[in-house]
Ligand binder design. Structure first.
Ligand SMILES: C[S@@+](CC[C@H](N)C(=O)[O-])C[C@H]1O[C@@H](n2cnc3c(N)ncnc32)[C@H](O)[C@@H]1O
Length: 237
């Protein structure tokens, strides 16, 4: 995504997601990269530190922490937790265990600065995907990267928020893609190759469904890691 933004600097970009933590992290990278780097440089890769930082969201004081502090926590946990997973429990508390990696790069300063540079001028907001519809017009391009529909019960791992993205949401997203098409906007959507979902998109004559192999290191089930089949759906040639 960042390299696309770099290459198309004449375009206006909007980024949105319903996960406030993720959006706060993008905003901190865009607006407070020096402070973010300083905070990230102070964390240790130890079980004690990991448990202390992970427990922030069990504390009443958490809501008073700054956006940059919350972003540093998210990045730190992502780099040091088991397999880089993001998962929360029913109370919205991050619950992935310590990853026990030898020397994870907790603070990749050059990369953070490059991402910050790329995000300058990008509009970044917490939004449900269907709230974006009224802002999209003819010739806009929309990339959709939703929670992947589980292929099997054991591969189900889409708890990015306390609310699961279920079959009703996937169907709502399919209808959203039809509305984008009516508005003459172009879209590209990635998802798993779950059979019912692939058939749903394949039966819409205005859509083209391609299959690709993608490398995935994020899966709670070790057998689900490595190369997996995904679909790429688009409404343009
Ligand atoms: C496969 S991840 C994509 C991650 C993202 N591209 C990133 O920058 O890390 C799926 C994303 O969909 C988001 N999501 C889930 N339900 C949503 C909804 N109803 N509207 C908008 N975003 C949603 C999740 O918060 C999660 O970040």
């Amino acid at each position: 995504m960042f390299s696309v933004i770099y290459k198309l600097q004449h375009c206006q970009f909007h980024l949105s997601d319903s996960n406030e933590l993720l959006i706060d992290a993008y905003l901190a990278v865009r607006d407070n990269v020096d402070e973010l780097i300083e905070l990230l440089s102070s964390y240790q890769n130890t079980l004690e530190e990991f448990e202390r930082v992970r427990a922030w969201d069990r504390d009443d004081e958490y809501s008073k922490r700054s956006r940059t502090q919350k972003a540093s926590r998210l990045i730190y946990l992502n780099k040091t937790c088991y397999n880089g997973l993001f998962r929360v429990n029913d109370k919205g508390e991050f619950n992935v265990p310590f990853g026990k990696y030898n020397s994870p790069t907790i603070c990749d300063e050059a990369n953070l600065r490059a991402c910050s540079q790329a995000l300058q001028g990008v509009q970044i907001e917490v939004l449900e995907f269907d709230q974006v519809l009224t802002r999209i017009g003819r010739d806009d391009f929309v990339y959709l990267d939703p929670p992947y529909e589980p292929i099997s019960v054991t591969s189900s791992f889409n708890s990015y928020t306390t609310r699961k993205f279920d079959e009703v949401d996937q169907t709502r997203l399919f209808k959203f893609c039809q509305r984008l098409t009516s508005k003459r906007a172009r879209f590209l959507l990635s998802n798993s190759s779950a059979a019912w979902l692939r058939l749903l998109y394949e039966k819409e004559s205005k859509f083209t469904v391609g299959r690709v192999k993608a490398r995935r290191s994020i899966n709670s089930d070790g057998k689900g890691r490595g190369e997996i089949n995904e679909i790429l759906v688009r409404n343009y040639r």
